[in-house]
Design a protein around this ligand. Structure first.
Ligand SMILES: O=P(O)(O)OC[C@H]1O[C@H](O[C@H]2O[C@H](CO)[C@@H](O)[C@H](O)[C@H]2O)[C@H](O)[C@@H](O)[C@@H]1O
Length: 283
């Protein structure tokens, strides 16, 4: 049975670092040099029984606001969630984001970029899974703009059926969509969408360009991002247990907030103040 811990392989590479919390301390990078990329569920928002029950604590929102200012706007959310959910969960902040596992990006200039996806195909796949999931009490279908999440956190006995259902639903649509496994969820996402590509895209634009990337995530969808950020000599942090390509590990979302706060405190110490320079969409 699947749990909140991810094991094994992301499909293309066997994961390493299956151990517990690292003995070595986390680095203390300067916020002036960082391009900060943060996953949402399980990283900023503690995992909740259902998608609708998730929330980002007020303290975390304050820290994100300060980080956004202190990094001159070099902060983006990189999530599997749909765009309205990201804005809702982070409100009143309106941060740059990659939504839908990278299939939709809102860069700092606000001009949203969306992958081309066959809506006909999406409708057909949705109809198949919604009909079948209706027969599996306790399961949840989360229909998003370009993807569908099949949740079984409230009905773990249906994990195998749901995995098979997702595979069957894609038999005639494998050119358009692919499976993304996650925490107590099987997602159908646009083929080729990835958090790695989203981060590469952000790193090619101001104000991220030329900075050292930091990515923090907790789930299998985050592994592609860990690999690309490692390849850029960046900093990768996995939240929680389970095999990962990340180089460091923190126990849970509160531990992440504590570490991020320590970066803010270091900057205050180094510079004497938190600058508001570069602040854009949240003013
Ligand atoms: O990339 P993320 O921001 O981590 O989003 C991944 C998926 O997260 C959500 O599902 C997960 O969190 C729920 C709330 O805590 C939980 O109930 C569920 O079991 C988890 O799988 C979200 O609902 C999905 O749309 C995201 O793709």
């Amino acid at each position: 049975m699947s749990t909140d811990t991810n094991h094994g392989s992301t499909g293309d590479q066997v994961l390493h670092n299956t151990g517990k919390l690292p003995a070595r301390p986390l680095p203390r990078p300067s916020l002036a040099d960082l391009a900060i990329f943060l996953d949402l569920d399980g990283t900023l928002a503690p995992i909740a029984p259902t998608p609708d029950q998730a929330n980002v604590p007020a303290t975390t929102l304050h820290v994100l606001d300060d980080l956004y200012r202190a990094s001159a706007g070099s902060l983006a959310i990189v999530s599997g969630r749909d765009s309205p959910d990201i804005d809702r969960l982070l409100g009143p902040l309106l941060l740059p984001y990659a939504a839908l596992h990278g299939a939709r990006i809102k860069p700092p200039n606000g001009k949203i970029e969306t992958m081309g996806v066959s809506q006909d195909s999406l409708r057909q796949v949705s109809a198949i899974v919604e009909t079948a999931m209706g027969q599996l009490p306790g399961t949840i279908v989360e229909r998003k703009a370009l993807s569908i999440a099949l949740h079984f956190r409230q009905a773990p006995q249906f994990e195998d059926e749901i995995r098979q259902l997702a595979a069957d639903a894609l038999v005639n649509h494998n050119g358009d969509f692919e499976i993304q496994e996650g925490k107590m969820v099987v997602e159908i996402k646009p083929r080729g969408a990835s958090k790695a590509k989203a981060i590469e895209r952000f790193m090619g634009m101001a104000p991220f360009q030329g900075r050292t990337p930091l990515f923090v995530g907790d789930d299998l969808t985050d592994e592609s991002a860990f690999r690309i950020v490692n390849a850029m000599n960046g900093i990768t942090i996995k939240i929680g247990t389970g095999a990962t390509h990340a180089s460091w590990r923190l126990a849970d979302p509160p531990a992440l907030v504590e570490w991020l706060s320590s970066l803010l405190a270091k900057r205050l110490y180094d510079d004497g103040d938190i600058s508001t320079e570069g602040r854009q969409p949240n003013e």
